[in-house]
Design a protein around this ligand. Structure first.
Ligand code: ZN
Length: 241
């Protein structure tokens, strides 16, 4: 049921599924880079069994569903703010890069014009002109291709919206989620990244990238909410006469 959803958190290759004959679970998953490259082992195992994976994903989805049902309006607002901030950051980066490329294109126009004038006045031979100008023209072509890409990028980003409402609609279809299946997973999840086990703490991190909203951390959001409530609670108690 996890087919096509599991990726290695470190090399981003797919996770490879293998039948298990011993211990807990019926399957385990490992990084495909690790599995395929028996000589160099370009990555580490990222081993996880299906029981552990199902447990953590189910717990996570249940957390997401309960968080959204308790704080729907806040969730939609928070997500809109967060994604707008992220989008603005990316946009200003692309716009700065675009301005720089356009500036250099204009400079190159000037340089080529001067070279041409020097050729007309006899300071530069035709052969020399061709050699010098062709280098600058090539640079200009490359920059023009870059500005095209950046223009497209900027338009796409300006139109992109995360759709918290679509995600909320999915959670409403599964208010009492008890077990996972392929359909549930695909309704909620775009990708799951499995990280390598931390040998010291014996814990393994898993990141879920949801449909419509990306990698929202519901556990963190719930924790923040709780500690804020505690702070606010204390403040109001202290304010009483
Ligand atoms: Zn890997």
């Amino acid at each position: 049921m996890f087919s096509g959803l599991l990726f290695c958190g470190d090399c981003h290759n797919r996770m490879y599924r293998t039948l298990k004959y011993k211990g807990r679970g019926t399957h385990f998953y490992t990084c495909a880079t690790y599995r395929n490259d028996v000589v160099d082992r370009g990555c580490t195992t990222h081993y996880i069994d299906n029981v552990a994976l199902e447990e953590v994903v189910l717990r996570n989805l249940r957390e997401a569903i309960s968080y959204v049902s308790e704080h729907e309006a806040d969730f939609i607002r928070e997500l809109a703010n967060a994604s707008a901030a992220e989008r603005d950051r990316e946009l200003s980066k692309s716009k700065a890069e675009l301005a720089k490329a356009e500036h250099r294109i204009a400079d190159l126009d000037e340089i080529i014009k001067h070279l041409y004038e020097d050729t007309l006045s006899g300071k530069l031979t035709d052969a020399r002109f061709i050699k010098l100008s062709s280098g600058y023209e090539r640079e200009q072509e490359e920059l023009k291709a870059l500005t095209d890409t950046l223009h497209r990028d900027i338009t796409r980003r300006e139109q992109k919206k995360t759709d918290a409402r679509n995600f909320v609609a999915v959670t409403k279809r599964y208010t009492d989620l008890q077990e996972l299946d392929a359909t549930v997973l695909r309704e909620f999840i775009e990708r799951i990244y499995v990280y390598e086990k931390d040998k010291q703490t014996q814990t393994q991190e898993i990141q879920i990238v949801y449909n419509f909203i990306g990698a929202f951390d519901f556990t963190q959001a719930a924790d923040q909410r709780q500690s804020k409530q505690k702070r606010d609670g204390k403040a109001s108690v202290a304010a009483e006469p």
